[in-house]
Design a protein. Structure first.
Lengths: 136, 107
């Protein structure tokens, strides 16, 4: 392989929360709780488990990549023809937990991957239509 | 850039125009005549839509004899598909909801 590694980008969100890792872990891994803050889902805390996150604008295809209770959780996240990995890290602190989310794998040339992703395009178009309708 | 956003949104807000663009994305390069056969509007109307799509950079044209062939240029959607900033906004709002949930959970 002599290809240069494609440039990838990440989204990182970090917050210090006044709660023990155990409580946050439940919110991240129990389907009825995930539904309250993220999306409807059929998540199971099992490596390799495939699940989807569903919202009125479409759905995200996911698969659990790694899971270590109360410490780390990562899942593949595929939507609109873009494949990324979402990794949650919980670090206990004196006041609670430092929660970190990293979504990685966005390629700088990603719009090109869009070509032919017609399924994603149709959903995107529908979402766009709604946005446009709201702004008129 | 807001300007390019405006142009793209306005260009794609029209359902007929969007359908033409989708067909070019899906089926590859086509002539105006082939597009008209499936568009449900007249050839002048299709040509007008193609002109607007071309101005927005969403399609490229290639004259060949008496026909002009059009193909999609999805790369022009890049300003709307700045995934990282879109997802950052998405996750910030989800973190807010997560915090709200954590407050309401017992233990």
């Amino acid at each position: 392989m002599n290809d240069a590694t494609p440039e990838t980008l990440s989204v990182i969100i970090e917050r210090d929360l006044p709660y023990a890792p155990e409580r946050i872990w439940r919110a991240l891994t129990q389907p009825h709780l995930i539904a309250e803050w993220l999306m409807q889902n059929d998540f199971q805390p099992v490596a390799g488990h495939r699940f989807s996150l569903r919202a009125d604008w479409g759905s995200v295809d996911c698969q659990v990549v790694a899971i270590e209770p109360h410490t780390t959780l990562s899942y593949a996240w595929a939507a609109y023809g873009v494949e990324t990995v979402v990794t949650w890290t919980l670090l206990p602190t004196s006041t609670g937990t430092h929660l970190r989310m990293e979504q990685s794998g966005f390629r700088a040339d990603q719009p090109q991957a869009y070509q032919g992703a017609t399924f994603g395009w149709q959903r995107f178009a529908a979402a766009l239509e709604q946005v446009v309708a709201r702004t008129e | 850039m807001p300007d390019s956003h405006d142009v793209l949104f306005r260009t794609l807000a029209d359902p007929t125009r969007r359908a033409i663009f989708e067909r070019l994305c899906r089926d590859g390069e086509q002539t105006v005549a082939a597009l008209t056969a499936r568009a449900g509007v007249s050839q002048p109307a299709v040509s007008k839509h193609l002109g607007i799509l071309k101005q927005a950079g969403l399609v490229h044209d290639r004259p060949a004899g008496r026909q002009t062939h059009y193909r999609a240029h999805p790369g022009a959607l890049a300003p709307l598909i700045d995934w990282t900033s879109q997802m950052a906004g998405f996750w910030e709002s989800r973190f807010d909801r997560l915090e709200d949930l954590l407050r309401r959970m017992d233990q």
